[in-house]
Write a protein that binds this ligand. Structure first.
Ligand code: ADP
Length: 549
């Protein structure tokens, strides 16, 4: 018996086809940006596509070649979108850079990536001026601004985005190449060790976009007006700029203005139906709504991920504002979608409280991402919602290794990628993260999951934000310490907050102490920076430390 080849066309899945489709079939659909200066800029897919082709000509004229890395340091905007498509379209590699990284990390990743050109927002020009002499590979810098908004600068080889593309031909013959060609590069924020580069391909990006458009995930579709809050430098804004072009959704970019009022204004003025962001941004929006009594009339659904969505946030959005929440989990290494919390048909038959319990989980397995949990010897664990272990993933939009081989062979012998998360899987395929492996609290040989404790604390009306970390304990090795930020006007005491846990978690999980802080430190992608908290509270003496139990 021999296998027979199918007779389907061999059309490579290329990123240029996404924006060409959007222009051809949804040319009049709007793309709206709130600029750095706070005014509203309006354009369409047709116009963005014309300008993308002009930019592709400009890049070629500058000398950019296929395979070159081209960095961007910018907020979400229409020009950033043009750079997304033009760079990958010509076969070069779009390297999105997180401007919130420390200066030495920025220098490290730009040199590691060997970026030849940089596209930057005008507000980042002073930053680049400081770093320029440490970036020997960078040959030119394009400021993503109009001519009259070009900043004064001491930088050499600076171009204005508008001047650069002006007068260039409006048609570019996109090259056709192998769909496995690298398209973009994004470094993980590297809370431990140096950042590592995740190198996406055209193929992985296009099929991930189909996934983002699927009704069982974010369900981005043509009727949507999509507010892209998650930054374009955080795992390609969770793939939304590609998915939106694939279906012709209206795209709305908030620029750097992510405060509650600015976001709410855009939701109202642009008739936003769908959005995606990390919990801290939703926290700000919910606070603003509470203070002003405003509502979210057009917003149908939101994706929340990056860190655990506190259950109280899910409930408030759904019940007080009528917005359906899709709790999602993923990683930069996973393009990033891994699991999504759109409930299964059977789950919708369950009583409401049980549905909420499911929404607390990080979502369920989706086509394209295989999931398994294993013990420390790599042996698979039961899918019973109780056994927890190292979460491993496999699929066509998941990294097989890091750029330039950093970190060595990351896959296990069977080709699974270790996520570094500790999770349970239940019989229905819902996955729940108990912790990042490095954040797990080890007490008396047992594990305590910090996320569950944080979720409980967040239910207390006096708590705005919190984190639970393990601190040294003479008898139990480690015990949980709850660090919390009070809501404005709240006087909740440590004893009250601890009392709030009664009956909600196993007794031996109760935090041993509570410390209130003015704010919590965050990573550049909006996670609580637990490494910093562990350092700061390394010598914290728990009230239970001297107590014989
Ligand atoms: P970085 O590490 O660069 O900040 P990533 O977004 O790639 O960025 O981080 C991925 C990690 O974020 C996951 O491994 C997981 O620990 C955490 N994470 C993402 N989504 C969730 C979620 N919904 N609940 C809990 N943790 C999450």
């Amino acid at each position: 018996m021999s296998l027979m080849r199918g007779l389907m066309m061999e059309m490579p899945l290329l990123i240029s086809s996404l924006i060409r489709y959007a222009a051809e079939y949804h040319g009049g659909r709007e793309i709206v940006t709130r600029t750095i200066e706070k005014d509203i800029h309006r354009t369409t897919y047709a116009e963005v596509y014309r300008r993308t082709q002009q930019l592709a000509h400009a890049l070629t004229a500058l000398g950019a070649e296929p395979g070159d890395r081209i960095g961007t340091i910018g907020w979400n905007s229409h020009r950033h979108l043009e750079v997304y498509y033009a760079v990958s379209g010509i076969g070069a590699i779009l390297h999105t850079i997180n401007p919130r990284l420390f200066a030495d990390q920025l220098v490290y990743i730009m040199n590691h990536a060997e970026d030849r050109f940089l596209f930057v927002d005008s507000s980042f020009v002073p930053l680049i001026e400081q770093l320029a002499d440490k970036l020997p590979k960078v040959e030119g810098i394009v400021v993503m601004a109009a001519e009259d908004r070009m900043p004064e600068t001491t930088l050499a080889n600076v171009h204005c985005h508008e001047t650069l593309i002006a007068g260039r031909p409006e048609h570019y013959d996109w090259p056709r190449f192998d769909e496995n060609t690298a398209s973009s590069l994004c470094y993980t924020s590297g809370t431990t060790g140096n950042p590592k580069g995740v190198l996406y391909s055209h193929r992985s990006t296009v099929i991930h976009s189909w996934c983002v458009c699927s009704a069982d995930t974010l369900g981005i579709n043509n009727r949507d007006s999509l507010l892209v809050i998650v930054p374009m430098f955080h795992a390609n804004a969770w793939g939304t700029p590609y998915a939106a072009a694939m279906c012709g959704a209206k795209l709305v970019f908030p620029g750097p203005h992510l405060d509650g009022q600015s976001v709410h204004e855009l939701i109202e003025s642009e008739g936003i139906t769908a959005s995606a962001a990390v919990p801290t941004v939703w926290l700000g929006i919910l606070q603003y709504l509470e203070e002003t009594g405003k509502t979210l009339d057009t917003l149908e659904r939101v994706a929340i991920g990056g860190t655990a969505a506190p259950p109280v946030m899910v409930r408030t959005l759904q019940e007080a504002y009528g917005v359906r929440v899709c709790h999602a989990w993923g990683m930069t290494e996973m393009s990033p979608l891994g699991t999504t919390g759109v409930l299964k048909g059977e789950s919708l038959m369950l009583p409401k409280e049980e549905q909420y319990k499911l929404q607390e989980k990080q979502g369920r397995g989706i086509y394209g991402v295989d999931l398994k949990i294993v013990d420390d010897d790599g042996e698979p664990l039961a899918r019973d919602g109780v056994a927890f272990g190292n979460l491993m993933v496999r699929g066509p939009w998941i990294s097989s290794g890091y750029f330039k081989g950093e970190g060595g062979d990351v896959l296990d012998p069977d080709g699974w990628f270790p996520t570094g998360d500790v999770a349970t899987l239940d019989a229905e395929g819902y996955m729940q993260i108990t912790d990042r492996a490095k954040d797990v609290i080890k007490s008396g040989g047992e594990w305590i999951g910090s996320i569950e404790l944080e979720n409980v604390a967040m239910e207390h009306p006096g708590v705005a934000e919190c984190a639970v970390i393990g601190v040294k304990h003479p008898k139990w090795d480690e015990r949980p310490l709850l660090l919390a930020v009070r809501r404005p006007g709240s006087n909740v005491t440590p004893a009250e907050l601890l009392g709030f846990f009664a009956g909600k978690v196993a007794k031996w999980w109760l935090p041993d102490d509570v410390v209130f802080l003015d704010e919590l430190p965050h990573t550049p992608t909006g996670k609580v920076l637990k490494t910093a908290l562990r350092e700061r509270f390394a010598d914290h003496v728990l009230p239970t430390a001297g107590v014989a139990e």
